[in-house]
Design a protein around this ligand. Structure first.
Ligand code: ADP
Ligand code: MG
Length: 507
């Protein structure tokens, strides 16, 4: 029995969190170092991206895995700040462990304290937040800051900023910027980086005999059943006459469908049907229209971009207003991709990110996405001083809040996490992080330390800005990890938990 129980779970779990943090902490900030990832087959990949590194770890400890999961969620929620979250989590559990073990504070008090500590910290950060808009120079600053530590960050930042400004306020939905909807980032090897005013489909047209380019495109998005006679019907039938009549039917039906599609006035047909009859395909080639296949995911953005209404039923082809519009649809045959440019609603741009190898293109793609996400967060919720300055300067304000007993405990835990960001960034830049943080504490609120010189620097003036949302989400993620870990007092070896033990009926 004994070996099934880990009595000092706190120690072991806290160490696991710290170990995970140690693998990524040296990547934090612009002077962060890269990691070389090597898999079993000796494939190598160099990365500076917290989440990439975490996800590729062969983590064994279950608590370490939990940290990775929460970091991944952070990535999905705001798309940046994962290293920050993990570094803060390590600090919180370390300080929490000290309170529990050395000072004998009950874990539940520490956990409650962390909850309110995180809450106050987020409120204080909100109070120092600056709102920005799309043409402000601060937008450039925030994207540059987010990409400061990335491979080719400067170039990517400038592309991201241009893309954002091109789509502009057309990217707004319900009063907020939604770049998930309006800025597509795709990666292509052996192509130059570029911004496309429109949508890029990563495939060619159905047949090379179709026109390669259509100007003043009238676009039909087709979800019709384009295989009226199923192959299986023909196969299952052995009577020659019936087969013949079905074949005739098939040709007639195909003609009818294609005629109806073209009578809408469409000169580009984007097909999202599950199957297409060969005869339909051949007729489309014959009639010299531009046609290609699109996925169900693409239907949504294409209709939003061009104003097309997807046609599901044959009868719908007679309705007005089903066609979408774009200035130009054409195929780049060398690269096998299709551009849909200057659609009616001008609410999508695509950033093509290049890379010489699969890995570099992936790393650059992730970086570009980080930049886009940081910009969205910054435009929607504002920015704070970066380099760990905003976090550092709310500590005193937090400590001066007159809190009830146990909440004060949480303040200490959260305070140590808030301090750790600047310390780590400066340690990574080759300074004595602790010493520099002490120096920065005495400086005005927006000040931190210049990573190049070690001298005081006004982060707002220097253009080192972080989105508030990235900071608060990272804090909350770190708090979540810390709370979960500190609450556990035993690690038990259990039977298979995947089905029965966790099923509702057993609760
Ligand atoms: P994360 O995975 O947490 O996003 P990054 O490696 O992207 O980690 O580092 C982000 C941190 O680096 C932010 O706190 C940001 O303010 C800081 N940073 C970026 N540029 C600078 C700079 N020039 N000086 C100081 N800190 C910077
Ligand atoms: Mg980042």
């Amino acid at each position: 029995m004994a070996q099934n129980i880990e009595f000092d779970a706190l120690e072991s779990n806290v160490n696991a969190v710290i170990a995970v943090a140690d693998t990524v902490r040296t990547t934090l900030g612009p002077k962060g170092l890269d990691k070389l990832l090597i898999d079993q087959a000796m494939n190598r990949h160099v990365s500076n991206d917290g989440v990439t590194i975490l996800l590729s770890l062969k983590t064994i400890h279950p608590v370490a895995r939990m940290v990775v999961e929460i970091a991944e969620r952070q990535e999905q929620l705001v798309g940046d700040g994962t290293t920050t979250a993990v570094v803060m989590a390590a600090e919180m559990v370390k300080e929490g462990r000290r309170l529990i073990k050395e000072l004998g504070v009950h874990p539940t008090k520490v956990v409650e304290g962390i909850e309110s500590g995180v809450h106050y910290a987020c409120e204080l950060l909100e109070q120092v937040t600056k709102r920005i808009s799309i043409n402000d120079v601060e937008l450039e600053h925030v994207v540059n800051t987010s990409l400061a530590s990335k491979l080719d960050g400067k170039k990517l930042a400038s592309i991201v900023i241009q893309a954002i400004r091109r789509v502009g306020n057309n990217a707004m939905y319900n009063g907020l910027y939604d770049f998930d909807k309006s800025i597509k980032v795709i990666r292509r090897m052996n192509m130059e980086d570029r911004i496309v005013d429109g949508i890029v489909l990563e495939r060619g047209r159905i047949d090379k005999e179709m026109p390669i380019e259509v100007k003043d495109s009238r676009i039909l998005v087709c979800k019709l059943d384009l295989k009226p006679i199923k192959d299986s019907w023909l196969k299952e039938n052995s009577r020659y006459e019936e087969i013949l009549s079905m074949e005739k039917d098939r040709v007639a039906k195909a003609k009818e469908i294609v005629d109806a599609m073209l009578s809408t006035g469409a000169n580009v047909i984007l097909i999202a049907s599950p199957e297409i009859d060969n005869v339909v395909e051949n007729l489309l080639v014959n009639r010299r229209v531009f046609a290609t296949i699109i996925s169900t995911d693409e239907v949504e953005s294409i209709t939003r971009y061009t104003g097309a209404k997807p046609v599901r039923m044959f009868e719908d082809l007679k309705h007005d207003g089903i066609l979408g519009y774009a200035d130009r649809v054409y195929e780049d045959e060398d690269n096998g991709i299709i551009y849909i440019e200057n659609g009616k609603n001008k609410n999508i741009v695509t950033v093509i990110v290049s890379g010489t190898t699969k890995e570099t293109s992936l790393e650059r793609w992730r970086a570009a996405r980080d930049g886009v996400n940081a910009a969205e967060a910054a435009l929607n919720k504002g920015v704070v001083a970066g380099g760990g300055a905003a976090e550092l300067h709310i500590i005193d304000k937090m400590k001066s809040l007159k809190l009830r007993g146990l909440e004060q405990v949480g303040v200490d835990v959260v305070a140590s996490a808030l301090e750790s960001i600047m310390r780590q960034i400066l340690t990574n830049a080759g300074f004595n992080g602790l010493e520099k943080v002490m120096m920065a504490k005495a400086l005005p609120d927006t000040f931190g330390i210049d990573i190049n010189t070690g001298e005081p620097l006004d982060m707002l003036k220097a253009g080192v800005l972080d989105p508030l949302l990235v900071k608060t989400t990272a804090l909350k993620a770190a708090g979540e990890i810390a709370k979960a870990v500190l609450r556990i007092d035993r690690n038990l070896a259990a039977e298979d938990l995947s089905q029965q033990a966790l099923s509702e009926s057993k609760r």
